[in-house]
Design a protein around this ligand. Structure first.
Ligand SMILES: Nc1ncnc2c1ncn2[C@@H]1O[C@H](COP(=O)(O)OP(=O)(O)O)[C@@H](O)[C@H]1O
Ligand SMILES: [Mg+2]
Length: 315
């Protein structure tokens, strides 16, 4: 978005109003901006090697003053791909960068809460079936980070019972609509099942992050998943595949390197820098901590910091 060396355009992350700013007048200590249109305070784009390439304006422009968060699902209908670890760590990283984030766990396994080390009494199921108001169903898990937890109750929801699938596609949208305007990001972690709840999530989000381990079986699952998602993409205005995240990457494994190269060849910029296999990450999630809580420098912190930067700077 830079027009020349000194001019830059800053886009409000909530209402998408754009401001032209003289970069030279912006003090290096300034980290946040205040939007006069909608009143939101939001962090300025994070610096990285591509900082001179400011983010483009959003394609899904909304009228200034109307807050809409970025809605992003972390999804692939395969277990053990690093979906929940990525949803939790990306949410924690965005929150640590100053964004207000709602993490929604749409998986009956409900792993997001233990990965964050919290024990909410209810969550998305209660918000959907109306037994708890949505704003009471979420819990604050960290500074700037709220969780609408998953869990077994999601598996038995009446509204997703057989025969009701056609009415159920709007349910996630209707449940989250009263909550989302307070947030800059809504991240939704999905289950590995292709079921009405996952479909409803995919109708709600406008962006998709697909974590995929660099193994032959995972790649097959990835291809099948794209075929399932494609008809929804055609129905949902403005959504497009945005991020493919290689996970459990090990550069010592030739097959993994080959698959990664093919992904980059076929999908280009959609492929994020890989998340390397990390025993530390496994330990952190098992202990209810994220790499952003501990602050100690590590490869997995660097990997997820790079993902946070990519997501933030790519509007
Ligand atoms: N980059 C990684 N390196 C090592 N272990 C990981 C990594 N990412 C996730 N894990 C571990 O793999 C397991 C499955 O990850 P999870 O995020 O729950 O996958 P999914 O949600 O796709 O089923 C968890 O035990 C998690 O700690
Ligand atoms: Mg999971």
């Amino acid at each position: 978005m830079a027009n020349n060396d000194s001019q830059m355009v800053i886009t409000c992350l909530y209402c998408h109003k754009q401001y032209r700013v003289d970069r030279a007048k912006l003090q290096s200590t300034v980290r946040k901006a205040h939007c006069k249109a909608c009143g939101a305070t939001f962090p300025l784009p994070l610096e990285d090697e591509s900082a001179s390439r400011q983010p483009e304006a959003r394609s899904e422009a909304t009228p200034a003053g109307k807050r809409t968060p970025r809605r992003l699902a972390i999804s692939l209908n395969k277990v053990g791909m690093g979906k929940t670890s990525t949803a939790v760590t990306l949410a924690a990283g965005l929150a640590a960068a100053g964004f207000k984030v709602l993490l929604v766990d749409a998986d009956p396994h409900g792993q997001a809460a233990p990965y964050l080390g919290v024990k909410p009494p209810g969550g998305l199921a209660e918000a959907i079936n109306g037994t708890v108001p949505p704003d009471k169903a979420m819990v604050q898990a960290r500074e700037n980070l709220w969780l609408l937890a998953g869990g077994k109750a999601l598996a038995g929801l009446e509204c997703f019972a057989a025969g009701r699938a056609t009415q159920s596609v709007q349910i996630v949208d209707r449940t989250l609509a009263p909550l989302e305007k307070e947030f800059a990001y809504v991240l939704v972690d999905t289950s590995p099942e292709w079921d009405p709840l996952t479909v409803s999530v995919l109708f709600y989000v406008r962006e998709l992050l697909i974590p995929v381990s660099m193994e032959v079986m995972s790649v097959q699952g990835f291809g099948e998943f794209l075929q399932l998602v494609d008809p929804i993409d055609k129905l949902v205005d403005g959504r497009r595949l945005k991020y493919i995240l290689p996970t459990f990457y090990d550069p010592r494994v030739k097959k993994a390197v080959d698959i990664h190269e093919k992904f980059v060849h076929v999908y280009g910029d959609l492929v994020c820098a890989p998340i390397y296999y990390s025993g530390q990450l496994k330990e952190y999630t098992a202990g209810g901590k994220t790499v952003f809580d501990l602050g100690t420098d590590s490869k997995c912190l660097q990997d997820y910091e790079a993902l946070v930067k990519k997501v933030v700077n790519d509007t």
